[in-house]
Design a binder for this molecule. Structure first.
Ligand code: PLP
Length: 436
């Protein structure tokens, strides 16, 4: 009762001042404190946060080393526009990142949000190639600013009423094994999606006019879809053949989430440009467009810039995050805990036929719900109910997918075995309640 009163009071206040897109989202928990994998709400309840603020709090909420680094920097200065000034946290970060990034990713433009990094990547690609075309993929999510929304196609809701978009953007089918119309076998999925891309070249824009192909190595909003590695390898070959730049949007997959620092390393495919954000500073806003020195050097002075990008507190937090990932061996933990989570969900999939697919890479794990007896008909109602039931039992997950039919789980990389087991128990209880 008391919980409901607190929640509805916060929601009522939000509905007066926040746009409906925010105030009518789910579940609007009134958080007052967070620590590790837990968040605490105004009425004193504790939830296991298996969203990490949408894959942001890489090393957990309020990691003492990250907080200490941020505090120390804040005592010195908290803003200093890059260009007018330069500062040590930023320079140290640009020197540390190439050690963990895919080979050759060694020059940076820093922003504050993921969308901003995507804008940078699109501008850079057009600027250096002199070509207009961008090919992105169906089911993609790259952000909400105009350029980023122009290359987004996960839901028409994200595009409706915003036309016209940035021109010369084309969409090809993503390699989504579970929903490939020809079958789930890797070779079939890759052949089908690459044929779709070739069709774009034949029907809409020749490859000689394409500046970049932009891809999420694992689709995030699209439903935690893990593509076959061969798809990325094929994109690399096509880009090399036609001098097209390959952009990996690693905003959600980056900073250890997939079990390596970046998904490019899991799939062993080299991008030309990367976008990174979210988990980079474990909760502080920071993003970057990244490419090789050779490419970036062609982006001449004055052609791009920022006021807030490369904030010193966020840079200090990012450096601390990198250290924590290394010192606490979090990539290893991510792979182990991701495997436990996947295994546990596969056991649930065998028991509950509303779960059509379970998939993931590292701690980016999704469960796709279907209507039993109706092929692969998406079942957003089941996904929502399981999320609601889990929340009542103290587990916060989030939805994804075109229809909201996917439950996605992305706890911080230092989640423990006991916490994963507890989450699996809660999910099973929630499935039992829904199925009864
Ligand atoms: C893959 C991907 N790209 C871009 C973005 C946009 O990032 P932001 O919301 O920080 O602008 C997101 C956010 O969810 C994302 O998942």
């Amino acid at each position: 009762m008391e919980q409901n009163a607190t929640f509805s009071n916060t929601k009522a206040r939000a509905s007066k001042t926040l746009i409906p897109s925010l105030s009518e989202d789910w579940p609007l928990l009134p958080v007052v404190r967070a620590e590790g994998v837990y968040i605490y709400t105004a009425n004193g309840r504790r939830y296991m946060d298996f969203t990490s603020g949408i894959a942001v709090t890489t090393v957990g909420h309020g990691h003492p080393h990250v907080l200490a680094a941020a505090r120390k920097q804040m005592e010195k200065f908290s803003h200093s526009a890059v260009g007018i000034t330069l500062h040590e946290p930023l320079l140290r970060l640009t020197e540390a990142l190439p050690e963990v990034m895919p080979i050759g990713m060694n020059m940076f433009f820093f922003g504050s949000s993921g969308s901003e990094a995507v804008e940078g990547a699109l501008k850079l690609a057009r600027y250096v190639t002199g070509r207009p075309g961008i090919v992105a993929f169906e089911g993609s999510f790259h952000g909400r600013t105009y350029g980023a929304a122009s290359v987004t196609s996960v839901k028409s809701k994200y595009r409706n009423h915003y036309e016209p978009f940035v021109p010369s953007v084309y969409f090809a089918p993503y390699a989504y094994p579970y929903r490939c119309p020809l079958g789930e076998n890797d070779d079939t999925v890759v052949a089908w999606s690459i044929a779709g891309l070739q069709k774009v070249f034949e029907l809409f824009i020749p490859p000689s006019e394409v500046a970049a192909i932009l891809v999420e190595p694992v689709q995030g909003e699209g439903g935690y879809v893990v593509l076959p590695a061969e798809f990325l390898r094929s994109l690399r070959r096509i880009c090399d053949e036609h001098d097209i730049l390959l952009i990996f949007d690693e905003i959600q997959t980056g900073f250890g989430r997939t079990g390596e620092m970046f998904a490019a390393q899991v799939f062993d495919v080299r991008p030309d440009i990367m976008t990174i954000a979210k988990g980079i500073a474990s909760g502080f806003p920071l993003s970057a467009t990244v490419a090789s020195r050779e490419l970036m050097s062609q982006w001449l002075p004055g052609s791009h810039g920022t006021t807030f990008g490369g904030n010193p507190i966020a840079c200090a937090a990012a450096l601390a995050t990198l250290n924590v990932i290394r010192e606490e061996k979090l990539l290893e933990n991510c792979r182990k805990m991701g495997a436990c989570l996947l295994e546990g969900l596969r056991v649930l999939q065998d028991k509950y036929h509303i779960i059509g697919d379970v998939r993931g890479l590292g701690l980016m794990v999704g469960m796709e719900f279907i209507v039993p007896g109706q092929g692969k008909t998406p079942n957003p109602e089941a996904a929502t109910a399981v999320l609601e039931n889990s929340l009542e039992r103290g587990l916060l997950g989030y939805m994804a997918g075109l229809h909201g039919q996917v439950v996605r789980l992305m706890p911080s990389l230092n989640v423990t075995r006991a916490q994963v087991d507890e989450a699996l128990t809660i999910l099973e209880d929630s499935l039992v309640v829904y199925s009864s």
